[in-house]
Design a protein around this ligand. Structure first.
Ligand SMILES: Cc1ncc(COP(=O)(O)O)c(C=O)c1O
Length: 378
């Protein structure tokens, strides 16, 4: 098969590839021709409105990436020094950065080995008088149990930030993920369900938070005197070119999600019975996995993910490691954060988890080759 791949001039199957079609190109060309290229063009607002409608929220604020969305969301809460924000330990560093940059303290929760999301049963134990918010991150497109999360936030009167970067198009029960947070954030990086190259979104139903997020995205220009500023903001604006691409991509979200589900289930059917590793199931009680990525978790320390990925690479297959836990980040050790804290499940996932190619145009023959190669690893 590898030879065949070579003879077809497909020397390598990458882990991810953006899907850009004719409509996307037309949409971008259109705004380029009109000259609306930075953030002031009409497409940004159109994209925001379409996005809100898609996930059934009142307001959306387009920004330059998913990390910027989180930074703005956290800053909009007006946290005080040493206020605490609960976040997953197994996640992207953007969750922790957004808290630390506001001089607040991230408090970590280990993940569940069956869902790879944060262990909901551990949250209440970590809530103190200083806890002001919780970031819930849907990891690798597997939904958290939002009824339980909402109950905890309500009971403790804390804000909910929903990091929905990886779950555009996913539902919890019959409601869109990303419609639960006081503020929810999204990413449109090239490997996401829909892309704007780089890009992000914040969604909310709260007009005060909406206004604050809009100001923070745009340098907090003065209301009376534009160049006399009342707060420290950022230039985290989305360009009209990006928004034009976003509109076109969002228009076909349902077919993208359908294809992702097909790919995830194809792998699942053929890999689920192998006792050497685990692949997340397609159906939960409350949600359907849309397989943003297809993760593989090696069982019983049979082989390190780094070794497995090296072997797959030698066979022309791209793979990516799982997240590295927050409590084990070099940079946070320098800040004396999380010293002596232990999170065994995140530790395990970071050493034994990786994900495999699942871009929209992947062929069944390529998936068959990948499946065979993974099985042969053990
Ligand atoms: C869960 C999660 N949150 C936030 C981000 C940050 O998004 P961005 O790369 O657009 O800054 C990512 C990035 O992939 C992510 O996976």
């Amino acid at each position: 098969m590898k030879k065949k791949l070579k003879s077809n001039k497909i020397s390598f199957i990458p882990v991810s590839k953006p899907h850009i079609n004719y409509q996307d190109i037309k949409s971008v060309q259109n705004v380029l021709k009109k000259g609306w290229i930075s953030s002031d063009g009409p497409e940004v607002e159109i994209f925001e409105k379409m996005f809100s409608k898609k996930i059934n929220r009142k307001y959306s604020i387009a920004v330059s990436n998913g990390t910027a969305a989180l930074e703005i969301a956290i800053k909009s809460l007006n946290l005080k020094k040493n206020d605490e924000v609960i976040i997953p330990n197994f996640t992207i560093i953007s969750n922790a950065i957004s808290v630390i940059k506001q001089n607040a303290k991230p408090v970590l929760i280990d993940c569940d080995l069956d869902t790879w999301n944060m262990k909901i049963e551990d949250i209440q134990k970590k809530i103190t008088k200083k806890t002001k918010a919780l970031i819930v991150t849907h990891i690798y497109s597997f939904s958290n149990d939002m009824d339980k999360i909402l109950k905890i936030c309500k009971k403790n009167k804390i804000f909910l930030i929903e990091d929905a970067a990886e779950v555009i198009g996913l539902k919890y029960k019959d409601r869109a993920c990303g419609s639960f947070g006081d503020l929810s954030t999204f990413s449109f990086y090239a490997n996401k369900q829909i892309t704007t190259g780089e890009g992000g979104m914040i969604s909310t139903n709260n007009p005060k938070l909406r206004d604050k997020c809009r100001e923070l995205r745009n340098l907090c220009f003065g209301k009376k005197n534009r160049f006399n500023h009342d707060d420290l903001g950022w230039n985290y604006r989305m360009t009209n070119i990006q928004a034009a691409l976003g509109i076109s991509q969002l228009n076909r979200l349902s077919s993208i999600v359908k294809r992702k589900i097909y790919i995830g289930r194809y792998y699942y059917k053929k890999l689920k019975n192998d006792e050497n590793f685990k692949i997340l199931q397609p159906n939960l009680k409350f949600s359907k996995n849309i397989y943003w990525v297809v993760g593989i978790l090696i069982n019983n320390k049979r082989m390190l993910a780094s070794e497995a990925m090296k072997k797959l690479k030698a066979q022309g297959i791209g793979a990516r490691p799982f997240f590295w836990p927050m409590n084990e980040q070099n940079i946070f050790k320098k800040f004396n954060l999380f010293t002596n804290e232990k999170y065994p499940n995140s530790h395990y996932l970071s050493r034994y988890g990786f994900y495999i190619p699942s871009y929209l145009k992947i062929k069944n023959s390529e998936m068959d080759y990948i499946i065979k190669s993974i099985k042969k690893l053990f």
